[in-house]
Design a protein around this ligand. Structure first.
Ligand code: GLV
Ligand code: MG
Length: 317
C-alpha cells in the first residue's frame, strides 16, 4: 500500500458542501468527508450524493481523499460504500471505517470494495482502507485488524469514542484530566506497535478544544514522539501547528542527512561499521533512525540546508 503524507487529517462533514469546498483548498495533507458522527442520521442519505459531487468537482490539490462510512453492521454502511464508490470510486483514495472491532469488519469492507471495483471496471484493490480503533474490542484486536487486508493504509485512533466506551469521567478530549500522566499513552503506544508490525501508518484522532492551539500542540507532540504519522484536525486553525509538529525540524533533518553521509563514507570508503560523528558513535542502527527522519523530511518538502552535507559529515568523522 502506498505510504502517503498524512501529517494533518482534516475532518469535514459530508452534509456541508461549503465546508467540503473549503477543505479542498486547505493546507491539510488528507481530508476525510464524514458520513458518520459529524453527519446527523436524517442527513446521511443526502450527504452521500453531496460527497460524490464534492469529490468529482473540487480540485483536491494532491490531498489524500477519504470518505468515512458508518460502522459496519449499521443500517447505513453498505449503502455508504455502494453510493460513494459507484459515484466517485475513481477519485477516492481510501474508505475510513469507524469503530472497527475485529478483522471481520475489515473483511466486509474489503470484499464490498472488491465487488464494486469489478462491477464498475475500476482497478481492483486500489481503494485503501483506514481502520479507526475506538473501543475496547478494537484495541484488544488491534494486531489482527492491522493485518486484515492488503488495502489497509492506517490504524487511526478515536479518543472521543474510546473515552465513552471506557466510561472515562471526561466530557472532552483536551488534556485536562486529573489522571497522573497521559491517560491515552497505553492506547497510542499499542496502536503504533500494531500498525508498525503490519507495515502501515498510524494516525492520532481529534483534539476537541479547537481554540486551544497550545493544548493541541502538546497532544500532537506526544503522538509524534511515539512515531505517529499525523493527527486529525477539526478546524483549519489547527492545520499549521499539526503540519509543523509532524515535520522534522530543519536541524534534525540536516543531522539525519549528515549521519547518512558519514555512515556511507565510513562503511563504503573506510570499511568501518561504527564511527564517531561529533560527540556521538554512529552505526547501522543510527543509519536506520536517520533514514526515517530523512524520508519524513523529504516527503514534507525539506531539503538539506547545506549543499555539501557529505563533505561536512565526513570532516566531522
Ligand atoms: C473520533 O472519531 C473519535 O471518536 O475520537
Ligand atoms: Mg469516533
Amino acid at each position: 500500500m502506498p505510504w502517503r503524507l498524512r501529517r494533518s487529517v482534516l475532518a469535514c462533514p459530508g452534509s456541508n458542501p461549503r465546508m467540503m469546498e473549503k477543505a479542498a483548498a486547505s493546507a491539510a495533507d488528507e481530508v476525510f468527508l464524514d458520513l458518520e458522527d459529524a453527519c446527523a442520521p436524517m442527513e446521511k442519505p443526502a450527504a452521500r450524493g453531496r460527497i460524490v459531487e464534492a469529490l468529482r468537482s473540487h480540485d483536491w490539490q494532491g490531498k489524500v481523499r477519504v470518505v468515512r462510512i458508518n460502522q459496519v453492521g449499521s443500517r447505513f454502511a453498505l449503502d455508504d460504500i455502494r453510493e460513494v464508490v459507484s459515484g466517485a470510486g475513481d477519485v477516492l483514495d481510501c474508505v475510513m471505517v469507524p469503530k472497527v472491532q475485529n478483522a471481520g469488519d475489515i473483511a466486509f469492507v474489503d470484499r464490498a470494495l472488491g465487488s464494486l471495483e469489478q462491477g464498475l471496471g475500476l482497478e481492483v484493490g486500489r481503494i485503501g482502507i483506514e481502520a479507526q480503533v475506538e473501543d475496547a474490542q478494537g484495541l484488544t484486536n488491534a494486531e489482527q485488524i492491522a493485518s486484515a487486508s492488503p488495502r489497509l493504509e492506517t490504524i487511526t485512533y478515536g479518543p472521543a469514542d474510546f473515552s465513552a466506551a471506557m466510561h472515562f469521567p471526561n466530557l472532552t478530549v483536551a488534556n485536562s484530566y486529573s489522571y497522573p500522566g497521559d491517560i491515552f499513552h497505553y492506547v497510542l503506544f499499542k496502536l503504533a506497535v500494531a500498525a508498525r508490525a503490519a507495515g502501515i501508518q498510524v494516525v492520532d484522532g481529534p483534539y476537541l478544544a479547537i481554540r486551544d492551539i497550545e493544548g493541541f500542540r502538546d497532544a500532537a507532540g506526544r503522538s509524534a514522539a511515539l512515531g505517529y504519522d499525523g493527527k486529525w484536525v477539526l478546524h483549519p486553525g489547527q492545520i499549521e501547528a499539526c503540519n509543523e509538529v509532524f515535520t522534522p525540524s530543519q536541524t534534525d533533518f540536516d543531522k539525519a542527512v549528515q549521519i547518512l553521509a558519514a555512515y556511507r563514507h565510513a562503511t563504503e570508503v573506510e570499511g568501518r561499521g561504527a564511527v564517531m560523528l561529533g560527540d556521538e558513535m554512529i552505526d547501522e542502527a543510527s543509519r536506520k533512525m536517520a533514514v526515517q527522519f530523512e524520508a519524513r523530511g523529504r516527503a514534507a518538502g525539506l531539503t538539506p540546508s547545506s549543499r555539501d552535507a557529505t563533505a561536512e559529515a565526513v570532516a566531522g568523522v
